[in-house]
Design a protein around this ligand. Structure first.
Ligand code: OSB
Ligand code: MG
Length: 369
């Protein structure tokens, strides 16, 4: 497959409600989409970098720049491209996993459409439906939080994840446990807001029987996560710390992670995501599929990934309506507490051209030199 062009398109999508984490409050998303064209057709990718480099060092302007100047030329230089080759071709460029993942995703979509396969089949999905949780942001008050959780549970979500930070941790967890009972699948995500000195405080979450605590400490601090794991009973799950299968292997070997959140964008793509799944499965480490507030495009591939056998915990694979009033693809709808795995060609979803036009803020088309 030869790549004829790489189209970059930025879209602006308002979120249905502000999403507050320990590092930012997001009210709208600025999303970079990729469209590759080949002699046989096209493929779509979604870049999960955010407008500001607060979750990780990547940000949308940076993704546009690195793709334009360094990554696209490396793909154009290949005569014959398939998704398996993208990672190696882009390897000399350090970092920028989200930008690389978006390109690999677009190539994969094009390749699968051409060969008549779905991404679920390609990745090795073993289910046609995945169980979904929902990530609930930090709120201004406990009553507001309880209302939000109640509404999500009424919709059928199978698991609740509460965003926490110092000052918003024990109280919200206690309130949700008290209101919704011991059977509720409940977990928390700190987005690196604590230090090892907070271990005694975090141990006070132990009695609430959380499924896990996600990324309590800094992204580059596996050693302290391993020590923290000895001081609290809640299993530690890593998100920001894991950017590759090697990182996952290190974290498991060090005892820094009992569970891993796999986000394809963060680890450089769906192929590396599958390698992390395989590694964790071989080591008996449960994994689940994280999210980055994706549109229907990224969601389609995430749901396919979440259908692999080692994804034994509910993912942040929520319905389109949890994020956007109008998605850019056919929306994902919550059914039986989860989402149906797309079985169409490629990603099994494509942008609606009319919607896409309305939300587009900028485009550029890259072609071989
Ligand atoms: O830490 O998992 C996270 C969203 C943006 C950036 C980081 C995170 C999140 C979420 C939401 O928790 C997951 C989702 O529903 O897409
Ligand atoms: Mg997280």
């Amino acid at each position: 497959m030869k790549i004829l062009s790489i189209e970059l398109r930025r879209i602006a999508l308002p979120l249905v409600s502000p999403f507050r984490t320990s590092f930012a409050t997001e009210t709208a998303r600025d999303i970079l989409l990729i469209r590759v064209t080949t002699p046989e057709g096209e493929g779509w990718g979604e870049c999960v970098s955010s407008a500001d480099p607060l979750y990780s060092s990547e940000y949308v302007d940076g993704s546009v720049d690195v793709i334009t100047r360094f990554l696209a030329p490396r793909l154009f230089a290949l005569d014959d491209v398939c998704a398996e080759m993208v990672g190696r071709a882009l390897e000399p460029v350090k970092g920028h996993k989200m930008a690389k993942a978006a390109l690999e995703m677009a190539v994969l979509d094009a390749e699968l459409r051409e060969s008549g396969r779905s991404v679920a089949e390609y990745l090795g999905a073993s289910r046609t439906h995945v169980v979904s949780g929902v990530s609930v942001g930090i709120m201004d008050s406990i009553p507001e939080l309880l209302d939000a959780v109640d509404e999500y549970l009424n919709q059928g979500y199978a698991r609740i994840k509460l965003k926490i930070e110092p000052g918003w941790d024990l109280q919200p967890v206690r309130a949700v446990r008290d209101s919704f009972g011991d059977d509720l699948l409940l977990q928390v995500d700190a987005n690196a807001a604590y230090t090892l000195g907070d271990a005694p405080h975090l141990a006070r979450l132990d009695p609430f029987d959380l499924l896990l605590i996600e990324q309590p400490l800094a992204h580059d601090d596996l050693r302290h996560h391993a020590i923290l794991a000895q001081r609290i009973r809640t299993p530690i799950c890593l998100d920001e710390s894991i950017e590759s299968a090697k990182d996952a292997a290190d974290a498991i070997a060090l005892g820094a992670a009992q569970i891993i959140n796999i986000k394809p964008g963060r680890v450089g793509g769906y192929l590396e995501a599958r390698r992390i799944h395989d590694l964790c499965q071989a080591n008996g480490v449960p994994v689940w599929c994280g999210g980055m507030l994706e549109t229907g495009l990224g969601r389609a591939a995430n749901v396919a990934l979440a259908a692999l056998p080692g994804f034994t915990l509910p993912g942040d694979t929520s319905a389109s309506s949890r994020y956007y009033a109008r998605d850019i693809t056919e929306p994902f709808v919550l059914v039986d507490g989860g989402l149906a795995v797309p079985d169409g060609l490629g990603l099994g979803r494509e942008p609606d051209p009319g919607v896409l036009d309305e939300v587009t803020t900028w485009t550029a088309t890259l072609t071989p030199a």
